[in-house]
Write a protein of this length. Structure first.
Length: 302
């Protein structure tokens, strides 16, 4: 089992070894989360690298990654546990067929752990030889507000209460990462149980480092032009700004097309990799792309 980092610098090094380029503020709050055993609540726009942190942690620490992808209508059966009703019915029918109809014994039997289907939140409490798993509760803002109440017990006490079985508690708490894209506010009761960090779009220098780290085949010139263009594009009046994930996708796509530099036509033809709404793509045609590239070149020449 790989031990957690012993200080902020070791946390920075661990993330960088996993291909993640953080700022020191993020490394600090992550270190504190690991050291204090507190969940880490990450908020920010889609595509800025919130989910990737959990993946890198699991990889570098050698832990199992358990991901709960939130969605509207998610409930306790999808997130925590449910009973295997089909197997329970078979057990009941078999008991009836053999004449074993001791109801109290039968109830205890069919509501035992062998009929329990463990969903991600309950799985995260199970012991693991590799060490406590990384529990990623992803895009919590997509779930209904009522679902947050299910999380309070596990985040505060690392336990789940099942009426038929009692309380199941983790011997060693999981490392919990909660992410949200802030499409709605999360209740304060949940936030109070976590350490908080807002992940913003990176500045030019850090985004360039991310691109050169993750897509080295893009080359120096193309990488600089890509990052400069994306940074400039985020100042446009777009419905949805491109995140770092889209920057990396665009760098990969342009590399696959053997492009060495940007030109208006290339930008216009590949915007579907970078932007995901037609209205946004319509604003950045070849003519507008040319204007932006000219402005970027002028800024670079100063």
């Amino acid at each position: 089992m790989t031990e957690i980092p012993t200080d902020i610098d070791a946390t920075l090094a661990m993330l960088r070894d996993g291909g993640y380029v953080p700022d020191r503020a993020l490394a600090t709050v992550l270190f504190l989360s690991l050291k204090m055993g507190r969940p880490l609540f990450l908020e920010g726009e889609a595509g800025v690298g919130k989910t990737e942190i959990a993946k890198v942690l699991a990889d570098r620490l050698g832990r199992r990654l358990i991901r709960l992808q939130c969605y509207e209508g998610l409930d306790i059966a999808g997130a925590v546990y449910e009973w295997n009703y089909a197997a329970q019915m078979i057990e009941i029918r078999a008991a009836e067929a053999t004449g074993d109809i001791d109801r109290e014994h039968l109830v205890d039997d069919v509501f035992s752990e062998r009929f329990l289907i463990r969903r991600p939140l309950l799985q995260a409490l199970d012991p693991d030889p590799a060490g406590p798993p990384i529990l990623l509760i992803d895009e919590l803002d997509r779930a209904d507000e009522a679902f947050e109440a299910f999380l309070l017990e596990i985040l505060a006490d690392n336990q789940v209460t099942i009426p038929e079985l009692g309380t199941i508690r983790a011997d060693h708490p999981p490392i919990v990462i909660v992410t949200t894209n802030r499409t709605r506010e999360i209740h304060d009761a949940l936030k109070r149980r976590c350490l908080y960090h807002w992940i913003d779009y990176p500045n030019y220098a850090r985004e360039l480092e991310i691109v050169t780290t993750r897509v080295p085949a893009a080359g120096e010139r193309l990488s600089k032009e890509i990052v400069a263009f994306v940074q400039r594009l985020r100042k446009e009046d777009l419905f949805k700004n491109p995140g770092v994930a889209e920057t990396l996708d665009w760098a990969t796509a342009l590399t696959d097309l053997d492009r060495k530099s940007l030109d208006p036509q290339t930008v216009a033809e590949t915007l579907g990799v970078l932007l995901k709404y037609q209205d946004d793509i319509g604003r950045i045609d070849a003519e507008r792309a040319g204007v932006l590239l000219t402005e970027i070149a002028a800024d670079a020449a100063e």
